[in-house]
Write a protein that binds this ligand. Sequence first.
Ligand code: AMP
Length: 283
Amino acid sequence: MKTFFLKSELIKELNLLSKDQKTVGLVPTMGALHQGHVSLVKQCAFENDVVIVSIFVNPTQFNNSGDLEKYPRDLERDQNFLKNRVDKPLLIFAPEVNEMYSEELESVNYDFQGLENEMEGEFRPGHFDGVATIVSKLFEVVGPDKAYFGEKDYQQLLIIKRMVEILKIPVTIVPCRIFRENDGLAMSSRNERLTDRQRAVAPLIYQVLKSAKSRFGTENATVINDWVQRQFMEEPLLELEYFTIADSETLQSIKEKEDNNKYRAFIAVFAGDVRLIDNIALN
Ligand code: AMP
């Protein structure tokens, strides 16, 4: 396992590998790695000859400077965490901010045909331009055959697929299922920042999603939405930012479902200043 801090050094290493026709998979992360990330890394190793894990806390996707500052960073811990996880060569790419951006920290303004305005886009303006900008830069450096993204950030996954179409990048985007703690809480680097009391009530998020799924057979979206709002009113440690039932492809919220369409429920909740998101396929 080797760690690279410079694009030029990583590219040199990748050029050596490409002479041997090795396939390269990329797992982009912001570090503070957990088992959810490891599941992506394992899938990547299963499907490729070489695994690249990028670790970069991308400033342009944070619309809240406090969240950016408090984001957990510990490269040494992440390096140890990745040791011996896979039986393929694993390269870590952990650049400094000035290796990826000029001083202006500019992100590209994309037109994702409405995907960027829903949910996370509404509550985190500019977030997806920042995500797409850094992922396209990583794709440019690594030139991966496949890249792995978690359904935990389902909207991000659709945005990346759309970006790859817009920029005509020859990479296959592989969706990976959500990895959860035993009590159902979706694994997230932000979970580390929960107090014991917040952590104890946080599984309500997934419980509500599972109930929404079972109610979806018989109740309409508005009724389910009202029910979800009430569940969070009864839990003072968690503040619901949004809950919505949306079309899985367009991400447009619905009131009534139609036959043959696929839907998901999406949720964002604050526990103090820690923001947690999750989602579930409904049909
Ligand atoms: P992050 O470090 O939070 O930017 O996440 C890096 C990648 O890991 C993204 O594609 C996430 O969707 C994915 N990921 C994060 N948490 C999970 C999880 N609990 N299950 C599956 N994938 C995840």
